[in-house]
Design a protein around this ligand. Structure first.
Ligand SMILES: NC(=O)c1ccc[n+]([C@@H]2O[C@H](COP(=O)([O-])OP(=O)(O)OC[C@H]3O[C@@H](n4cnc5c(N)ncnc54)[C@H](O)[C@@H]3O)[C@@H](O)[C@H]2O)c1
Ligand SMILES: O=C(O)C(=O)C[C@]1(C(=O)O)C=C[C@@H](O)C=C1
Length: 367
């Protein structure tokens, strides 16, 4: 498609959307605006946009499509600013925020002026922030939830989907309340649980410092999202606070059930509890196609000796496997380190893992 796209907020999500739009619609002019000038410049270098904004107002007024990719509280403020501009009459405005009820309510400043607003939320992401972490294929096979405002026509929804076609996401229309309830359960509430688990370990750490060194794969998997941007999650939590309070009450009941089960000291009950959870989780699509990880990281247990990094990169280079990032994680205090290697695709990660395991004795693992 040809036209002017204006992306506001050039972080992980804004950058990924820009990359996917430019991949699919190379003729489009994709202008980006961010409060952080450096992020804006980097977005252009990384080809997530092909133009940096000189004037927020002028670029908004020129746009055929405006995509707001800022934290949700900022999105509400930005909609007020946009409503005061002379936007094109057929402009489509959308957002990518993780909550939808408050956003849709706030969007009435636009819709009462006849401007089309379609709420959006790509259900994929990462604990990483910033445009440097953006990927064109971040949303591939993921659900992309849409909450069209009452005044949004079918034509405008289809037009938005065409603009976002390059994301290769699966679009699904939902009601804002339904959206917040479901994402509250499977995304926002787990964030609270992950953070509170880390708090619990932190409390114990004061008495037993060894606990942080011994926290291994299980803890790493369940606590990864606690490393996300706290201000983004503060805003999400404030937007969905009632759902979260209800879920916390349900969780307390669930924990009481677990305490009673442990008081009962029955191996059969404990087995059933874990087994039921395993069966249900194993049947969920999170483990199937459609929920690809956002980043294809491979972790390699390597001894800490000079030259180990070039040994590994040399092996991968020989097999012509491209890597996008490499770093040693300082998670261990003994002689072993963990080398984290990021690949572009799942296939590259698999080839990388096969290459390293067949040519070395090092253990590899993914999270
Ligand atoms: N991170 C995820 O996994 C994920 C997934 C789906 C949706 N989301 C939603 O996407 C949105 C962006 O998240 P992200 O992960 O890209 O965050 P991010 O921190 O990587 O990027 C946000 C960017 O917005 C910019 N910004 C903030 N206020 C601004 C303003 N007033 N004007 C212009 N720029 C402004 C920041 O400088 C930053 O560069 C959030 O609403 C979040 O809820 C996040
Ligand atoms: O993978 C992660 O780190 C995420 O937290 C991504 C995640 C999620 O909960 O699945 C987080 C918030 C978004 O709104 C959508 C996706």
């Amino acid at each position: 498609m040809n036209g002017h796209v204006f992306i506001i907020g050039l972080g992980l999500i804004g950058g990924s959307i820009g990359l996917s739009i430019l991949k699919e619609h190379p003729q489009a002019t994709v202008t980006g605006y961010d409060l952080k000038t450096d992020e804006m410049k980097l977005a252009k270098v990384l080809k997530a946009i092909n133009r940096t904004s000189n004037s927020f107002r002028e670029d908004a007024e020129q746009a055929d499509l405006i995509i707001i990719c800022t934290p949700v509280n900022e999105t509400e403020n930005l909609m007020k600013s946009l409503a005061s501009f002379n936007l094109k009459p057929d402009v489509i405005i959308t957002d990518v925020g993780s909550t939808k009820k408050n956003i849709m309510t706030a969007s009435t400043v636009l819709t009462e002026k006849g401007i089309t607003f379609i709420g959006g939320h790509p259900m994929a992401g990462s604990h990483k922030s910033g445009v440097s972490a953006a990927k064109a294929f971040l949303f591939e096979n993921a659900f992309y939830l849409l909450t069209p405002g009452e005044t949004a026509s079918i034509g405008s929804v289809n037009q938005l989907k065409t603009w976002l076609n390059g994301s290769k996401a699966k679009f699904l229309e939902v009601k804002p309340e339904e959206h917040d309830h479901i994402t509250g359960m499977v995304s926002h509430f787990p964030h609270i649980i992950a953070s509170s688990l880390v708090h619990q370990v932190k409390q114990n750490y004061k008495r037993q410092p060894l606990v942080s060194s011994l926290a291994a794969g299980g803890f790493r998997d369940i606590s990864r999202i606690a490393s996300s941007n706290p201000s983004m999650w503060r805003d999400i939590t404030l937007h969905n606070i009632d759902t979260l309070k209800d879920l916390l009450k349900e969780w307390q009941q669930e924990m009481n059930r677990v305490i009673n089960m442990l008081d009962g000291n029955s191996g059969e009950d404990i087995y059933q509890y874990f087994s039921e959870a395993k069966q249900f989780r194993d049947s969920m699509p999170i483990l199937q196609k459609g929920a690809i990880p956002s980043f294809y990281d491979l972790f390699v247990d390597v001894p800490d000796y000079p030259g180990v990094i070039s040994e590994i990169t040399g092996l991968l280079a020989k097999e012509e496997i491209s890597i996008v990032n490499l770093r040693i994680m300082e998670t261990r205090e003994d002689i072993y380190g963990v080398l984290s290697i990021s690949f572009q695709t799942e296939e590259d990660r698999k080839r990388g893992a096969d290459c390293i395991t067949s040519l070395t004795d090092y253990d590899v693992f993914t999270v």
